[in-house]
Write a protein that binds this ligand. Structure first.
Ligand code: AMP
Ligand code: GLY
Length: 421
């Protein structure tokens, strides 16, 4: 069987790597892929990004199913287009993807269906937004409504920062249309966790829990990034917390979408903030898997992933019971010099060791240039170590990280710290 994975990041490398392990899979195409998917003998890169051209490719190659990694093609309607042509694809439609592509949509949806989240108000008028901030005080959170590649959120600790964020988004038009409307919401304190499920339109299947590290520097300092590392499972999501999140957030979301006339299919990622009293609230929804959460999650998945995705496309996820490696997986992102502001490209990467049962290196911003592997984006690699404890998994990951070299490499030395007792 042939499979197509759409995307080029570490998440897509991990999804393709896992799918390629299925006995029924002959080839996994990755469009457009990266240096790592090019080097992997089981994967084939395809230089196509236009959804209609991808659908043509799927028909020409007789591809069995397509799995979409990033939000942009989902928000643009790749699932609608493939389905209209009778092609099997796993992901949300354009309408369902609004849970991620519009913060205003997501907040109004949560309010309407009683899903716990921060109090908020939306604005397109700067003067009204400034007045609201004056009346509310700081800390306060300002979010661009649309997709802004993880850069559209400002957690303002002071009123000055909050007013500046409003000016940046509404007056200076920093995010174009994506920032023409903003959401201003209550600051929530607590510990974050990533809660990701698969939905087939009726049934919901939770994946292993994980926790991301959004800040660039150790001790959660420095600017927000797309994610500097993640580990799975996340001990904060105890079995009772898990049940509560399913009952109070995930199930009401799927049912609420159905009530609003939208059938939700695809991955659904709830970014949670769990407060000191143990109450989970939804910070955001993503309509896809997380990056880098996917890398440790796929490293722990023991079930045949193609079988799972097939059930998800067929509406039979209730027949699936997932099997997980009992070990902890810790994924350490190695980022380029200058990330996240202006990552440098073109540094030569060497020293990546072969995969072992304890450590796998997934590629993200890498490309092959005339036979050498070079950096080509902000997050370059994600090194995943597996071990019987967070500490042992960290040891596996960091031993490999230290063998890998490219000029200007930045990485955190504390991935998984909240999971260390
Ligand atoms: P989002 O893209 O909405 O998940 O926001 C990115 C990051 O900003 C989150 O992972 C949190 O670390 C932080 N954040 C977002 N909303 C809030 C909030 N209401 N209170 C505190 N931190 C937040
Ligand atoms: N790691 C956060 C995200 O994928 O949005």
């Amino acid at each position: 069987m042939k499979i197509l994975v759409v995307g080029s990041g570490g998440r897509e490398h991990a999804l393709a790597w896992k799918l390629a392990q299925s006995e029924r899979v002959q080839t996994v195409f990755v469009a457009p892929g990266n240096g790592g998917t090019e080097l992997d003998a089981h994967l084939v890169n395809v230089e196509i990004t236009d959804p209609a051209a991808l659908a043509d490719f799927v028909v020409a190659e007789g591809i069995h199913l397509t799995l979409v990694g990033p939000e942009a093609p989902l928000a643009a309607g790749i699932v609608n287009l493939f389905r209209a042509r009778g092609l099997k694809i796993f992901g949300p439609t354009k309408e369902a993807a609004q849970l991620e592509s519009s913060k205003d949509f997501a907040k109004a949806f949560m309010q309407r269906h009683g899903i716990p989240t921060a109090r908020y108000q939306s604005f397109s008028d700067a003067a009204q937004a400034h007045d609201y901030i004056k009346a509310s005080g700081a800390p306060i959170v300002i979010k661009a409504d649309g997709l802004a590649a993880g850069k559209g959120v400002v957690v303002a600790m002071t009123l000055d920062e909050a007013h500046a964020a409003v000016d940046h988004m509404l007056s200076d038009n920093a995010f174009g249309d994506a920032g023409a409307r903003i959401v201003i919401e209550e600051f929530l304190a607590g510990e974050e966790a990533s809660f990701i499920v698969m939905c087939d339109g009726k049934n919901v299947l939770a994946l292993a829990t994980s926790q991301d590290h959004k800040r660039l520097k150790d001790q959660d300092e420095g600017p927000n990034t797309g994610g500097m590392g993640a580990y799975s499972p996340a001990p904060i999501v105890t079995p009772s917390m898990h049940a509560r999140v399913m009952r109070e957030i995930i199930n009401p979301t799927i049912q609420g979408m159905a009530k609003d006339g939208i059938t939700y299919t695809g991955f659904l990622y709830a970014g949670l903030m769990i407060d000191a009293e143990g109450n989970p609230r939804t910070l955001e929804f993503n309509c896809r898997m997380g990056d880098p959460e996917t890398q440790p999650i796929m490293a722990r998945l023991k079930s045949d992933f193609l079988g799972v995705v097939d059930h998800a496309c067929n509406g039979t996820l209730d027949a699936v019971e997932l099997e997980w490696d009992r070990r902890t997986a810790v994924g350490v992102v190695m980022a380029a010099e200058g990330y996240p502001e202006s990552p440098r490209k073109g540094d030569i990467i060497d020293g990546i060791p072969a995969e072992t049962p304890e450590c796998i290196t997934f590629h993200a911003g890498t490309q092959m240039v005339g036979g050498t592997l070079q950096t080509s984006g902000g997050r370059v690699l994600c090194v995943v170590g597996l071990g019987d404890s967070v500490k042992m998994a960290q040891k596996q990951a960091y031993e490999t990280v230290e063998k890998i070299h490219f000029n200007g490499a930045q990485y955190r030395r504390d991935i998984g710290w909240r999971g260390v007792k």
